[in-house]
Write a protein that binds this ligand. Sequence first.
Ligand code: UDP
Length: 197
Amino acid sequence: GGVTASRTSRRELAERMVADTARAHRGELAVPRIVTSLNGHILAKYHADPAFRAIFDEADLVDVDGMPLVFATRLLCREPLRERVATTDFIHDACAAAAPAGVRFFFLGAKPGVAERAADAFRALYPGLIIAGTRDGYFADAEAPAIVRQIVDAGTDILWLGLGVPKQEQFAIEYRERLAGLAWIRTCGGLFDHYGG
Ligand code: UDP
């Protein structure tokens, strides 16, 4: 066994995001896809910890965020990875593709205020971009269902989920069904700190 990593480029991944949104609007996706990232640290955990592996195996699309892993595939694989897909870079491809297509984002995670500041930064950079809501990532379990409703009510297509590993993976799996109608749940680690910290 092992992880199957995606060989799609950032650009192709952004195009797929737009296509999946159209598919979700047509009712063709029963549940949102879970899209997550892999690096050397996470790969080690994947092989060492069966509980963590079970969570990871639920993901539909895994991109590789770590240059050492990309180099390793060039040495070891017949079809090596073409590029590293860092979420901090991919967010720009995603915003550029989402703005003209009307794809709606929701940012969930990080300390209070951080996701909203990151949202403002992207709204300024990509005119027309819709970030339909933001919410910090420090909430009690009992609050989660209301947050999920808020995400759905906002007409969200892509949920950017920055709660850290493995909390974001657990949230994605637990609420995937209740997030029906969304196209993607995209885990993003410390992305909001990077742009709104
Ligand atoms: N975080 C959160 N809620 C929590 C714990 C963490 O929103 O209960 C956020 C934290 O503020 C940070 C992100 O999750 O923005 C974790 O990012 P980091 O890259 O440090 O962790 P990793 O993705 O490597 O686990």
